[in-house]
Design a protein around this ligand. Sequence first.
Ligand code: UDP
Length: 413
Amino acid sequence: MAEGIQRYAAVVGEDVIDHLYQLAGPLRGKKVVHVNSTRVGGGVAEILAKLVPLMQELGIDTSWEVITGEDKFYQCTKNFHNGLQGSIVDLPPGLLKAYEETNARNAEELRPTLEAADIVIIHDPQPAPLITLCPNRKGKWVWRCHIDVSRPFRPVWRYLRNYVSQHDASIFSLADFAQPLPHTQYLISPSIDPLAEKNIDLPEEEIQAVLEQYGIDPEKPMVVQVSRFDRFKDPVGVIRAYQLATRFIPSLQLVLAGGEATDDPEGAAVLEEVRAAAGDDPSIFILLLPADANRTINALQRAAQIVLQKSIREGFGLTVTEGLWKGKPVIGGNTGGIRLQVRNHQTGFLVDSPEGAAMRIRYLLHHRSRLEEIGYRAKEFVRENFLLTRHLREYLTLMLGLTHAEEGRIDLG
Ligand code: UDP
């Protein structure tokens, strides 16, 4: 039986794996450090948990560091997050002070590792100031943005840009997010791990057992949105869409599954809004799942006829990829990274309102052969574009470029 990275050959082919080894050859022994602000919850943690072990297996000395802070730090970075995604937010000096001090405190501990690294990859705004706190750094530093920064609230971007611009390169998920910066910007889309518990095939009995556990009727149609309770994910809009759709499909059920990222202080308030909007409708299931409920999420996505991701801003939307990979049409908000993944009428539908989402739910549930056809294409689209092996290949290529820039010629196989 194949082990480690070789296991992916069954999904993407042997050549893809050989190419990864080839690209990783010149990077063997290099020290790479990823830095973010949470080990669980949300897309960044999801990706790093899979990417880091594979980079290690390819012989790259990779580590993953997590910075930690107090309430004020997370309030500040949540404001950054909201501001970068276009909301008007306040940046009182007290919060910025907490942000800078938290980074300074984390730098005390991380400085030796970061300064010795060949490549440091800073994920999102939380650890962005670290670069200014590591004056003797020897490697290349890259800022990886996972957020929809197509129309940032200017004061927030102006403040963060001071830090971002000091990096040697940045990575965005799509061209719409690129910003005027004094370095090269790489466009790399995120990915899912097809062999993770969240995405592997599941036995039908396990899927049925999950439905039974939550009292969801397997005989009735069901749509699901898996998301942190965040206003940009528009969970209240999802409930509205469901309510409109039930006029035509009275048996419809809605599952809203979420948990809380440890770095998100707004989750509880949004959850209250969601509960209020759902009222006492017994066909709406609001599930608060622990961070390791990967198989449960997998089962819910597989049990659903349609996966929803009605975000109004979305950096990429791994939940979209997860839904597509399970052969489900995705009805997604017409925004950010969802547009990369949901091709109208091909892999799902892009919508701009609850009414639009309701109309598409109705259409798909009334045209089951279309639903299956779109679902089939959805899975193949992910296989071609959004699996971990492609993501890894692009990271390796970027790292080769950064570490061998002076050689004038780099063989990418
Ligand atoms: N997720 C999870 N539990 C939850 C909510 C989300 O495991 O309660 C996972 C979800 O399956 C996906 C990731 O967290 O893998 C969310 O990534 P996405 O890019 O969709 O959104 P983000 O949270 O990063 O904005």
